[in-house]
Structure formats: C-alpha cells, structure tokens
Design a protein around this ligand. Structure first.
Ligand SMILES: Nc1ncnc2c1ncn2[C@@H]1O[C@H](COP(=O)(O)OP(=O)(O)OP(=O)(O)O)[C@@H](O)[C@H]1O
Ligand SMILES: [Mg+2]
Length: 316
C-alpha cells in the first residue's frame, strides 16, 4: 500500500469507520450492505499475487468445500451457513436465492474476504479469498450504491483505479467506457445526489467493472429499484455478461430475476443457510424479457419454487 495517496487512503478508511460507527446510517447509507467497501476499495496491489490470478485460467473460479460460518454475538452463536459445497466455473452466471436471513450476503462476503468462515475451505481464482482481494480479482457491487457524495460520477468510478495507481488518461478512458456501458454517458460530472437510485446503482456497477475483474460479485444490486428500471438493468446486465464472458455471482430474492439472468441457480434453505438444490438454466443466449413468458422459463421457475418449498422457505 506504499505509494498510495494518503488522502485517498484516509477517505476510504473513514468511510468504513463512519459506516461502522453508524454515522452514515439511514437512507442511501444504511449500515450493513456497505460495510466493507473501504476494505474492498483499499485492497493493496500485490504484484506476485496479481501474477497468480492473472495466470489463473482454471475452469473453476470459486471452489467451496464443507464451508460453515457461525457468528458470535452478544445473544450467543448464530449459525449463518452450514455444509456449503459449491464450485463456480469460469464464465458462469450463478445466482443465490433464498428467504431473507438465510445467508446469501454472508456467502458472497465470504467469497469476497469480507467475512471469515469458521469451517471448511474456499479457493477464489486459485488462491485464498484474502489473496484474491489483495490482487483485486473481483469487483463487488454492494446492495446500496455506497458512492462518495463529494466525488462526481466519473471520480467515483475511477476511485479504485486511483488507488491502484493508474494514470489519469487511462482512468478517464475506463470511466467513459464503463459509464457508457451502463447507459450513463453525459453524467460524468454529476454528483451522486443528483441521480436517481437506479442511476446510482449503475454508477456502482461501472465502478466494479472499471478495473476489469474477471469475477463480479453482486448483492441484490437491483433489489431497491422499481420493476421497470429493474427489467431494463436485467437486460443490460445479461448483455454485459454475454459480451464480456465474466463470471458473475449474483444475490437475489426474485425467482424471475434469477431465472432470467442465470446459467445456474443455487437455492438456499432458511438459516443456517444450506444449499437445497442447484438448478441449471439453459435459456437461449441473446434472450429478451419476453423469454419470461416461454414454457421453458416457467418450467425452470417452477423448479426453483419447488426447491424453495422443499427447503421450507415458505414455512412459518
Ligand atoms: N455480522 C454479523 N453478526 C451477527 N450475525 C450476523 C452478521 N451478519 C449476518 N448475520 C446473521 O446471519 C444470518 C444471515 O444473514 P445474511 O445477511 O447473510 O442473510 P441474507 O440471506 O443476505 O438476508 P437478506 O435476504 O435479508 O439480505 C442472519 O440471521 C443475520 O442476522
Ligand atoms: Mg442479504
């Protein structure tokens, strides 16, 4: 982390501290979903690890074996995850779906090295989650956009690139490319508070894409949006996945969203989160929202609902 501009380091640290202290609670700054953003942004550039991950072309990007996680709380232990076995292949679009509190975010945060498992093993891009984070092997889209209100849109997107030490020309080119990809060209100089919630979320997607990670972790990125905006962003995300071949791990509550986007859907049980079933989806590439009315789509959605029921997600 030597060589990092102290002002950038301090502002990212203070964001985490403000979130942790509850100072930024409420509204767009609700506490839990953005906890860890400073840690993600500040991941140091470690050349030897970078080489490992860049050279890693293994077919399996995430490999999880017999993983469990128990949180120690003031009210006693909380078992959040149990018996998780999962392998995610390069280029897959995998969704985690399950009832509120079943451990979807926790599992995503374990992959991102923002939570530590208490049992089992996990490998990300051929290395530990910690090494993968330090090597910036993944981009993370938090449930709340978590943008810096005092930085304009372009400078929010370029923040991780400033931390890595990219030169200004390359930073500007990346911001322009990825803001255009999420349909926000012309908004570079606006501030987050001048944008709608959907536009802010698109800025945070552009930020996660900006350093061109092969792995994209997305925690209910469209959960707070209206249905029309969500539909449009679902289509954009699918096009992006088809165009880039990135591996995407996506958390959602929505059966329709999971089926529309995913190549594989991981259905989780209520806490402690276990994998009830993984369901393959073979909907055609280049599909549009109309695919949601096709018999194949309805068939896969039915399987997901049945697996949720089998996992007791609908029980009181
Ligand atoms: N830092 C923590 N300390 C203690 N318990 C936690 C912590 N983080 C999560 N939990 C608990 O672990 C369980 C799983 O939480 P998690 O946020 O992963 O659920 P989720 O499936 O993402 O839910 P939602 O769909 O509502 O976002 C919950 O019971 C939650 O209260
Ligand atoms: Mg969650």
């Amino acid at each position: 982390m030597a060589g990092l501009d102290p002002a950038i380091r301090n502002s990212a640290r203070s964001l985490d501290a403000r979130i942790k202290s509850g100072h930024d609670k409420g509204g767009e700054w609700s506490r839990r979903p953005v906890e860890g953003i400073g840690r993600w942004l500040l991941a140091a550039d470690v050349p030897e690890v970078q080489a490992v991950t860049e050279g890693s072309t293994a077919a399996t990007v995430v490999e999880i074996r017999d993983l469990s996680l128990v949180f120690q709380t003031g009210d006693g232990p909380v078992a959040a995850l149990a018996d998780i076995d999962l392998a995610i292949g390069r280029g897959e679009f995998v969704s985690f779906i399950g009832p509120s509190g079943c451990g979807k975010t926790t599992l995503l945060r374990v992959i991102a090295d923002l939570e530590q498992p208490t049992g089992g093993t996990i490998v990300v891009n051929g290395v530990s989650p910690n090494e993968a984070r330090l090597a910036r092997a993944y981009g993370y889209v938090f449930q709340a956009p978590a943008l810096y209100p005092w930085r304009n849109v372009a400078r929010n997107v370029t923040l991780p690139l400033e931390i890595i030490g990219f030169d200004p020309g390359l930073r500007a080119a990346r911001a322009a490319k990825y803001l255009a990809m999420v349909g926000l060209e012309g908004f570079e100089r606006k501030f987050p508070w001048q944008l709608s919630g959907g536009m802010q979320q698109r800025v945070s997607i552009a930020r996660a894409l900006g350093f061109e990670p092969d792995l994209l972790l997305m925690d209910e990125p469209f959960g707070a949006l209206d249905e029309i905006t969500r539909d449009r962003l679902n289509e954009q995300l699918l096009r992006l996945h088809e165009a880039t071949g990135k591996t995407v791990v996506f958390v959602t509550h929505s059966i329709a969203e999971a089926v529309f986007l995913s190549s594989r859907i991981v259905v989780m049980s209520p806490r402690p989160g276990r994998i009830v079933e993984t369901i393959d989806s073979d909907l055609a590439r280049g599909r549009t929202l109309d695919a949601r009315e096709s018999p194949r789509f309805l068939d896969i959605a039915h399987k997901v609902r049945a697996a949720l029921r089998a996992g007791h997600s609908y029980d009181d």
